[in-house]
Design a protein around this ligand. Structure first.
Ligand code: PMP
Length: 378
């Protein structure tokens, strides 16, 4: 009978309207009833991406869309630049290596924020005409300035992993001239895992080499989607869910969603600091997706997470890579509100107390609510 709470940066909680849409009886994917949903969903995706280009949709997790970018953009032996500052930048590098590219890592420490001018200069110096980066590095809580990144790299093709940021923080695909943006369904888009998507800027189409993947061939996907068909059997139920979820997001308004995420980040950081804990992620409004926190002295973050899950039914995310056991992460993307933050903070406070940590009690939730208040311009 234990109630459970999911406060991870993906998968994230799914609204009941979305779950209900996914439970509807199956239809055939070539019929007019599905086509209507598919068309609406694809148009809504363009609105969320803020692009006029088609957004290609695949049945895959976010990594599938990342792989599709490498398989469609790059030829064997090609030199590419990959910005690494955490687990997901490292994933770009691994995929590129798997595809036999010559990978120039522009490496930052985990937790550092990549600097667009440095990245652009390094990419130029090393002769890379494609730059892979991560808008929201979910492993650290760092969100980069994609607009500045594109401005800095200029004519180089900029490929952005927006898996944990699309719908949570601003991303103006067309206005900023971002060439490729990949994302996934299970984060700010408020759906279960299983759908991956990518935008491809119009001028790129003429320059694409032969795709090195059959399933993820962008040309094949685009040709089918142009007539609101799918190249292969689409994930019918997930697409129904995504259609409803995108409708909810657009009804709220993207700008309202971005503001909400900033305020949820503020609330989380204020509560964490009020307890006397140290942030790993940046202590500013850019960090609106996930808050990474250092476990206090003498507490193993893995034990804390186990305690939270087993005793309180609360799931938070662990640190990745070298941060495992050292940090824990509270997600606040998608279908989250300030009461979720309050519950997460209260649970952390209780669990740490039960584990014998020396923390300040009874203040985190109040501080979180104060920090959540909208700020009035001076
Ligand atoms: N990039 C980022 C920034 C992510 O947060 C994730 C998922 N945590 C991925 C890529 C990989 O997505 P998936 O696990 O859906 O393949």
């Amino acid at each position: 009978m234990q109630k459970t709470y999911l406060f991870t940066p993906g998968p994230t909680p799914v609204p009941p309207e979305v779950l209900a849409a996914m439970a509807e009886p199956m239809v055939h994917h070539r019929g007019s009833d599905f086509r209507e949903v598919y068309e609406r969903c694809l148009v809504r995706l363009q609105e969320v991406y803020r692009t006029q280009s088609q957004v290609l949709l695949f049945a895959a997790s976010g990594t599938g869309a990342m792989e599709s970018a490498v398989a469609n953009l790059c030829e064997p032996g090609q030199r590419v630049a990959v910005v690494t500052a955490g687990a997901f930048g490292a994933r770009w590098a691994s995929i590129c290596e798997q595809y036999d590219l010559e990978v120039e890592r522009i490496a930052y420490e985990w937790g550092e924020t990549p600097v667009p001018e440095e990245v652009a200069a390094a990419a130029r110096e090393r002769g890379a005409e494609i730059v892979f980066c991560t808008q929201s590095e979910t492993s650290t809580g760092v969100v980069i300035d994609v607009q500045a990144m594109k401005a800095a790299v200029g004519d180089a093709v900029l490929v952005v992993d927006a898996v944990s940021s699309l719908g949570a923080v601003p991303l103006e695909t067309d206005a900023w001239g971002v060439d490729v943006v990949v994302s996934g369904s299970q984060k700010a888009l408020m759906c279960p895992p299983g759908l991956a998507m990518t935008s491809v800027a119009e001028p790129l189409w003429e320059r694409l080499p032969k795709a090195r993947s059959f399933y993820f061939d962008w040309r094949r996907a685009r040709k089918a989607q142009e007539v609101f068909d799918a190249a292969f059997t689409p994930a019918v139920s997930l697409i129904r869910g995504l259609d409803v979820a995108l409708g909810l997001l657009l009804e709220e308004g993207l700008d309202a969603a971005f503001e909400k995420h900033v305020r949820l980040g503020r609330a989380t950081r204020a509560g964490i600091k009020a307890m006397g804990l140290e942030l790993f992620s940046p202590d500013d409004d850019s960090s609106a997706v996930v808050t990474a926190v250092r476990a206090p002295e003498g507490i193993d973050a893995t034990a804390l997470l186990r305690h939270l899950r087993d005793e309180q039914g609360v799931t938070l995310a662990p640190g990745q890579g070298d941060l495992k056991g050292k940090v824990f992460r509270i997600g606040h993307i998608g279908w989250f509100d300030v009461f979720d933050i309050a519950a997460a903070l209260a649970a952390v406070e209780l669990a740490l107390t039960e584990l014998g940590a020396d923390i300040e009690r009874g203040v985190a939730v109040t501080r979180a609510f104060e920090a959540f208040e909208p700020r009035v311009a001076a």
